[in-house]
Design a protein around this ligand. Sequence first.
Ligand SMILES: [Mg+2]
Length: 238
Amino acid sequence: MIEDAMLSPDSGNTQPAQANKPAQGGGKRRPAVFLDRDGTLIEQVHYLSDPEQVRVLPGIPEALRRLHEAGFACVVITNQSAVGRGMFPEERLHDIHLEMNRQLAEEGASVDGIYYCTHAPSVEDRTAIEHPDRKPAPGMLFRAAKDLNLDISASWMVGDLISDVLTGINAKCRGSILVGTGKGLTEKEAGLNFSFEKADDLLSALDLILGAGQGEETTRPSPPDQAEPHSELEGSAR
Ligand SMILES: [Mg+2]
């Protein structure tokens, strides 16, 4: 089941752009792996704007299949500021996601939802929260958790940027994992004191995710206490 949700840049309104919304409530909440798109699931392309540029990275279909088999929902969480900057229309995003889903389906894989935020930031700082839905803010994860009946505390965030890692920390996910298939960290970002894991790629990250078991406490260090994601982030990152 695919949900491709529009997160409005200004209002925080999170109306789904496609109508196949899953049933709410009932049943046990599932753990999820929240996945960045560019540089994590598909090849990093600067402001990817054409479905023909979509290349699912090696090992991704297998990783998604194994996560599903282990009971995890797989949910894409992506900042798409190019839309907010007027570089291409939002409809193009749907075409790009259709192509990504097509390539995954060819390999017997799928994702459970795609959430994107089109807000264009005013600063370069990837640790700065400017909008409740734009990573590193946790808004898209909260929305997905509500829509898909997910247990965030048992879930993981995986991505190639500091903003991905911080999103998982700000949402109070079980863990955040930085993968080496995309842009990675700047020297300054690498010097920041945040608690997260590292893996070569998503397939390698499965060792951490599946090895941790479900519903058990891990021994990895906890992120700092956070009264408010905004205030904690501002206090830690500057
Ligand atoms: Mg990325």
